[in-house]
Design a protein. Sequence first.
Length: 255
Amino acid sequence: MKIDQNLVVFITGASSGFGFEVAKDLLEKGTKCYLTDRDDIDTEFLAKYPKDQVTFRNLDVTDEQGIKSCIDDCVQKFGHLDAVLNSAGIGTPYQSIIDEKFSFSMLNLCLNINVVGTFNVCKYAALQMVKQQNQNNQKKDYVIVNVGSVASANATQGMSIYGASKGAVLGMTLPMARDLGKYGIRVVCMCPGFFNTRMGYSVPERLYKAMARVTALGRHGEPCEFSHAFQGIVESTFINGSHFYMDSSFAVPLL
């Protein structure tokens, strides 16, 4: 799969963080991007690109019908769908499971966004990709990239809710790849550590600096580094059912 003007990529969580960085890089290369987010995107950013290259729609990934409508709209606008980046997600407060104020409402919200939302985007994107594959004379490559976390399998204390949600994202990736491989659809999970994004900066400053010191490089990741890795997955057509950590050998401390 080449990253060029013929590629159509559907991105959730595109208004900031990883989603925004990937969208920016892809648009600069001429790729067609269908961008979605619950929050509005910078209109000046969108105005830099032709309307036949990029579309933005507000989407809350807890809205299953909204997901289906956006996938359908993407295909109607661009003719097909080649790749997906599931970067919509939320973090959670650091909170012990035995805290009297443990938030079950936050648990439900986090699971609905990070797990159910990711699953449903995968579902409706895959249905469209299967449809396209059945219409093709020659088998094509498609890819769905989910965003897990270093917390998917190595969450620190106080991250029971977030770790559970990102563990589920990691856990669904391999069976999805096995389900969809016969249709030429790859599924991969990227598991980033701490990055210099809005979500990263939401961590208390003292903790954020401490987290940098326990990586092998002594720093946090830059969003452009995530984008480069995503593009590598898109173009490396034998990567499938895999997950990998982008965390600079992060050693989870006892805080």
